[in-house]
Write a protein that binds this ligand. Structure first.
Ligand SMILES: [Fe+2]
Length: 299
């Protein structure tokens, strides 16, 4: 090992827990001026935590692309709200210029997981706050590994047998503003277990969402949706939740295989909110991702 490479592994960034056992804030870190060694240490924190927060950043859109690309290959984001210069970024915003929304507004206001309709799971979501209201517009993240661990062993064993059918068409149908094209209709459903292994620490985690859920293998539809609702309610109790109150300059990163998340409302008649979102697929999964999987909403 070279001296430089060794130095990369020697640096450890200071962190503090967001909640006991779930997520960290990296302290004293400026992503725009960080050295290669510090960035390597940032990568290590992101690999080993379900949620990572940076405060007080000042990033251009290009720097948001650069930082999020460290987490994986960015989705091409062929959907509403692409950044005009960097289409890998989706703009989440209620702001209008010349009467036209600059991004997509009003999505994600219920507990869900991003990236559930990929055939091979694995997605990291990164948000960057450009302009944030003084109240509302929060992001809540629940620890689905912690929630699974809190279940009785016999319930855990039952759930590990459950397979959920996820459908892109079902998902798109829930967003009236998106028209289903033949592509989406012809896309095959995918089946994922409701208990997955968290990539950050290998613990078992509940993999929960309603948006794309079409059913559960071997279960009546009503019972399937009732089970999904029950588990989301269980996993999103306060004891499992980190509540992020935004300030401009915040970066919020989460692994979608060990969390479930929601946005909260804000008074969009009084405040503007602009948040950049990037979705990153681990580079080792890129070859297993089809072009069709990159199209359309993935909530
Ligand atoms: Fe989301």
């Amino acid at each position: 090992m070279t001296a430089t490479a060794k130095k990369h592994t020697d640096i450890e960034l200071p962190t503090r827990p967001l909640t006991p056992g779930f997520g960290v804030e990296i302290l004293d870190f400026d992503a725009s001026t960080a050295s290669p060694a510090e960035l390597a240490a940032f990568d290590a924190v992101c690999r080993s935590n379900s949620v990572v927060v940076l405060r007080n950043q000042a990033l251009s859109a290009a720097q948001v692309v650069g930082l999020s690309s460290r987490l994986g290959r960015l989705s091409s984001q062929h959907r509403d709200g692409p950044h005009p210069e960097f289409p890998q970024i989706s703009i989440l915003s209620n702001k209008k210029i010349d009467g036209k929304l600059i991004g997509i507004h009003g999505i994600g206001r219920n507990w869900h997981t991003d990236g559930t309709t990929y055939k091979v799971l694995g997605l990291t979501t990164m948000l960057y706050g450009v302009e944030c209201p003084p109240e509302g517009g929060d992001t809540l993240l629940a620890d689905t590994a912690g929630a699974f661990a809190a279940l009785p062993p016999e319930r855990q064993a039952e759930l590990e047998k459950i397979q959920v059918v996820h459908s892109r068409a079902v998902l798109i149908n829930k967003y009236k503003k998106f028209k289903i094209d033949e592509n989406a209709e012809s896309m095959k459903d995918v089946i994922h277990p409701i208990v997955v292994a968290s990539p950050v620490d290998g613990r078992k985690a509940l993999f929960l969402t309603k948006g794309s859920t079409k059913g559960i293998v071997g279960m009546a539809d009503d019972a399937a949706m009732a089970l999904m609702s029950e588990l989301i309610e269980f996993a999103t109790q306060d004891r499992f939740v980190y509540h992020h109150t935004w300030k401009a300059g915040d970066v919020l990163i989460w692994n979608d295989l060990s969390t479930v998340h929601t946005a909260t409302d804000f008074d969009d008649s009084r405040y503007d909110r602009i948040v950049y979102r990037a979705w990153a697929r681990p580079y080792e999964l890129v070859s297993q991702t089809s072009a069709e999987e990159e199209i359309g909403p993935a909530h």
